[in-house]
Write a protein that binds this ligand. Structure first.
Ligand SMILES: Nc1nc2c(ncn2[C@@H]2O[C@H](COP(=O)(O)OP(=O)(O)OP(=O)(O)O)[C@@H](O)[C@H]2O)c(=O)[nH]1
Ligand SMILES: [Mg+2]
Length: 470
């Protein structure tokens, strides 16, 4: 791990031209280093001004005395700063040249170029934010919808941290109880007490499992839901894509086998971002291009979070439709019956059994009746897709916390496993030391989320995702 002793500097605004650009410095000597390249026409000294002061002046290359840029320097003293160290932010003119020359002058005066995410890493190492909050910083920057940003902000504010801390202290309490009985073996632990502890452990475990399940919802908001429209040729998949996007994205003809490649479009349903793929109609074919298209359709089904399986109400169901329905089994599926404006008398889903469950517990997929050409049923379809992704309703109306990274989900799952072990050790006649061990293990796994327990490896992986200057 790099030391916290040195002073780091980086350009913190994106590359390109802008009104202003900011070079940020953080560390013990941040103000002194900035002072060496800064001249105020009124003779003000950065080291003498009060914290959180903006000082007007010039960046000057000390070796030549040449003026590099006219700037405003923001001086912020520890600990009330982003990193909890002394920070100077130099507001330059927003071109690459003034920014780079300013940065280089600072590097020559003893600052070191910051690594990606190093400012935020220092905020974490200096205890201003915990690890889950540091991760939220990157989510805030990358958020593509308001909903995704709201989730990231909640995590940044520490809602997940609060939840984890609460559960940790509950487990710590239980652990103390168990350990108290280890220390006083003559004080045989009563069966009733054992049952009570088991009950409490199970309660926390259920909470962990719920939190872990919310991962998909968080991911959907953050990365978008990949949605594949599939079906046999000519059922109106491309027409449905166009109806959903409300524009003429894909080619539609009355010839079966029109679409060969995957056509993508983006849609936003109440803040939920969707990447929708229109695919080639699935059928046996000798045409090489179409064959490849079908192969891609099948692959799209595999990779999709949601599959919209389209049927054609203007024709009787065929074996080809049943094959498509069989291929999407086990996925989150919406069945769309399209062309209801031209429905034939005998059309029936009855014998197709779209819900024919792979496993008995699998519920039948919802069936939505649509006319892609008339735009009927499209809103109902959107609502159905939304609730398939977010079964517990819009997040803004809920109190629960959503996790957004695989790392958090893995730690939650491991913590839940440890608690399960603790429960079974209490139920069976295993020494209490073992129970205590499992409880401690759960504590460690939860600690990983907020960064109480961590390794350089985890930190590197997290902060390497950041850009330089953040
Ligand atoms: N009456 C009616 N016709 C429709 C509807 N949706 C699509 N069609 C027609 O069905 C034909 C096929 O539509 P496409 O959208 O190209 O079907 P597709 O499933 O993408 O076909 P492939 O790309 O060949 O697999 C076109 O002539 C459309 O106008 C509908 O809701 N009602
Ligand atoms: Mg098509």
């Amino acid at each position: 791990m790099k030391s916290l002793d040195d002073t780091i500097a980086a350009i913190s605004t994106p590359a390109g031209e802008g009104g202003i650009g900011i070079v940020r410095l953080s560390g013990r000597d941040a103000i002194a280093v900035a002072e060496r390249v800064f001249v105020s026409p009124r003779g003000r000294k950065l080291q003498e001004v009060r914290s959180h002061t903006l000082v007007h002046g010039f960046i000057v290359e000390p070796s030549t005395g040449e003026r590099v840029d006219e700037v405003l320097a923001a001086v912020m003293r520890a600990p009330g700063t982003y990193t909890r160290e002394d920070v100077v932010e130099i507001n330059c003119h927003g071109g690459m040249l003034p920014l780079r020359t300013t940065l280089q002058a600072l590097l020559r005066q003893g600052a070191r170029l910051a690594d990606p995410g190093e400012f935020t890493r220092r905020a974490f190492l200096n205890g201003r934010i915990d690890l889950s909050q540091a991760e939220a910083v990157i989510d805030v920057i990358r958020a593509k919808t308001e909903q995704a940003e709201r989730l990231a902000l909640q995590q940044l504010e520490g809602r997940l941290s609060g939840k984890i801390t609460g559960m940790r202290s509950a487990i710590t309490g239980l652990c103390a109880l168990v350990e108290a009985h280890i220390d006083f073996p003559e004080d045989e632990i009563e069966l009733k007490t054992k049952d009570e502890i088991t009950g409490s452990v199970a309660g926390i475990r259920t909470e962990l499992e719920l939190l872990s399940k919310g991962y998909d919802e968080g991911r959907f908001f953050r990365e978008g839901v990949s949605t594949a429209i599939v079906g046999k040729p000519n059922v109106g998949k491309s027409s449905l894509l166009n109806a959903l996007l409300e524009r003429d994205r894909a080619i539609v003809t009355e010839m079966p086998g029109t679409t060969r490649d995957i056509i993508e479009g983006s849609l936003n349903i109440n803040g939920l971002p969707l990447r929708i793929m229109d695919t080639a109609g699935i059928r046996e074919t000798r045409n090489l291009a179409e064959k490849e298209g079908v192969r891609r359709s099948l692959r799209a089904i595999e990779g999709a979070d949601i599959v919209i399986a389209v049927l054609d109400a203007s024709r009787p169901l065929e074996e080809a439709d049943r094959e498509v329905l069989a291929k999407v089994r086990g996925k989150r599926v919406v069945v769309v019956v399209n062309k209801v404006d031209a429905e034939i008398g005998g059309f029936s889903l009855e014998d197709s059994d779209p819900g024919a469950p792979g496993r008995d517990s699998e519920p039948s997929p919802p069936v939505i009746r649509v006319s892609a050409v008339r735009g009927e049923g499209i809103d109902v379809l959107k609502e159905e897709v939304y609730s398939l992704c977010i079964p517990r309703g819009p997040f803004s109306q809920r109190e629960d916390v959503l996790i957004t990274t695989v790392r958090h989900r893995d730690s939650l799952d491991r913590a839940a496993d440890s608690l399960r072990e603790a429960e079974s050790s209490l139920q069976n006649d295993v020494p209490l030391e073992v129970t205590a061990l499992f409880l401690r293990e759960a504590l460690d796994h939860l600690g990983e989320i907020v960064g109480m327990v961590t390794t350089d490896d985890i930190l590197n992986r997290i902060f390497d995702e950041f850009c330089i200057g953040k």
